[in-house]
Design a protein around this ligand. Sequence first.
Ligand SMILES: C[S@@+](CC[C@H](N)C(=O)[O-])C[C@H]1O[C@@H](n2cnc3c(N)ncnc32)[C@H](O)[C@@H]1O
Length: 292
Amino acid sequence: MNATKGPEGFDTFYREMYGERWDRLKLALLAPKKHVAVKNPFSKFRMPEHPLTVQGLSLEHEVGENFPQPEKTEEGYTNYYLMDAASLLPVEALDLHPGERVVDLCAAPGGKSLMCALKLQNKGLLVSNDRSAARRARIHKIFDEYLPKSEQMNHKVTGHDASKWCLYEKSIYDKVLLDAPCSSERHVLEDSKELNQWAPGRTKAIAFTQFAMLASALDIVKVGGTVVYSTCALSKLENDGIIAKLFQKRSGKFELIRPEFAFGEPTEHGWQVLPDVTGWGPFYLAVVKRTK
Ligand SMILES: C[S@@+](CC[C@H](N)C(=O)[O-])C[C@H]1O[C@@H](n2cnc3c(N)ncnc32)[C@H](O)[C@@H]1O
């Protein structure tokens, strides 16, 4: 048996990356996921009187390990959106203001786009892009479940390849969210077929695509605008590794903004939320400001 592949290879690879922390991380990845419930302002649903709160998030929220599935209230809109608290951090990091022009390059199923829409309050422009048609349908569905049509006038859904977008548009957007497709090790661990097929080449190949997407994102944001790069990967090749490559290839054209949040930990270039310590994530983000 080749110990660089499959479950053993997976363990070896991540133990080399995270040292003795890997065993704790793996246990945490296999534990049930927690969610925050972000209240929908278009539903009259009220949060219970004493919600448990997650510090440092600007959207109304509640933690619940067994939080009930969201449901439609009598106004016709779904009461809250369940997500990992760490998934809200890229939206916080975008620091959105009504009137800005924003593109979410890899948007489906659409949780972060929906949070962006709540921040933009139907002013400016929000483009939710995803290459997969089936997944784009989920963006439409979520927006229609949560927002009145009259509150979606600034919203467009597109289906471009994020890594090639810069061939068609340049220096257009105030803010770009790149929540990139990634190794998503939690899913690999949960799926024995995926785990058996795992090989180190996988994260290297994904990192290659992620860098192409980030380079494209940096071209389409205006000078002075911000790109937030995020993944739910543990592989450092897909996280700080991508930003390190940006320093090699685009030096002098951007600066890093160092985000800080109430939970998680700094990395060399960004911020990471790991489930062994916080119960949230894994999630990584870096904030890149275009300067040229
Ligand atoms: C991590 S998921 C995005 C999750 C989403 N931001 C959310 O919060 O619901 C990555 C998405 O990227 C899309 N994708 C993959 N390759 C792409 C490409 N080249 N261009 C645009 N979207 C792509 C996938 O279809 C997938 O929906």
